[in-house]
Design a protein around this ligand. Structure first.
Ligand code: PGA
Length: 245
């Protein structure tokens, strides 16, 4: 399995010119890297403006709704994403859970609708500071994947993102990450099978930068990284991608 490095630009940058410049610099910087899958998740408004020259680069979205079309003001459907050459979608990010009150039930609907539309899902989970980690992970995974068939797990990457590590500069320790990843695989094994658990792509996210990225891939038991703040600098992001080669 190739390592996956995902850029989550969040609500940045504020104009198309900067978005294109960032995209083009990243595309240029990773064009000779075949061993890593790079996914760029810009705000929706920029999704159709990039020109792809490189098949190792894919487009992702940061959110999606669970209906195909209709009277849902302000929403974007999985089918619309698919029709706009988007391959991946982030679902369940802690900022969506916190600011937009997204529940495990809603996240589950979004995951199922995205899979039906043929999108690959980056399913984010993780505990808040002070919460009992295993309890949170079990609940988020069990409820988030309720009714998801085993065969669909090959189109899901689970991103372990402890909420206290996101945007804080306090990245999760390598050993703690490896333990969390092992717990996630155990939970998946219980729900599905050992084979599916072993083959599941698990990513880490939370204050990843080029100084710590390589260590996660080498010793953190992960198959890739979800990068927020550091993905807004092409130079820094390219270094992170290279560290996962
Ligand atoms: P960060 O964000 O890299 O800025 O901590 C990660 C994320 O929210 O996915």
């Amino acid at each position: 399995m190739k390592n996956i490095i995902v850029a989550n630009w969040k609500m940045n940058p504020v104009n198309q010119k900067e978005a294109l410049a960032l995209f083009n610099s990243v595309q240029d910087g990773v064009k000779d890297i075949d061993s890593v899958k790079v996914v760029i998740c810009p705000p929706f408004i920029y999704v159709s403006s990039f020109k792809f020259q490189d098949s190792s680069l894919s487009l992702g979205a940061q959110n999606v709704f669970y209906k195909e079309s209709g009277a849902f003001t302000g929403e974007i459907s999985p089918l619309m994403l698919k029709n706009s050459k988007v391959d991946y979608v982030i679902v369940g990010h802690s900022e969506r859970r916190k600011y937009f009150n997204e529940t495990n039930e809603l996240i589950n609907q979004k995951i199922k609708a995205s899979l039906t539309a043929g999108l690959k899902v980056i399913f984010c989970i993780g505990e808040n500071e002070g919460e009992e980690k295993l309890e949170v992970l079990v609940k988020q995974i069990t409820e988030g994947l309720s009714g998801v068939e085993e065969k669909d797990l090959e189109n899901i990457s689970v991103a372990y993102e402890p909420v206290w590590a996101i945007g804080t500069g306090k990245n999760c320790g390598i050993k703690e990450t490896a333990d969390a990843v092992a717990s996630i695989r155990k939970i998946i094994e219980k729900l599905y099978s050992k084979n599916t658990a072993d083959n599941l792509a698990v990513l880490y996210g939370g204050s990843v930068k080029s100084e710590n990225s390589g260590e996660y891939v080498k010793n953190g038991g992960v198959n890739g990284l979800l990068v927020g703040g550091a993905s807004l600098s092409a130079e820094e992001f390219i270094k992170i991608v290279k560290s996962a080669e």
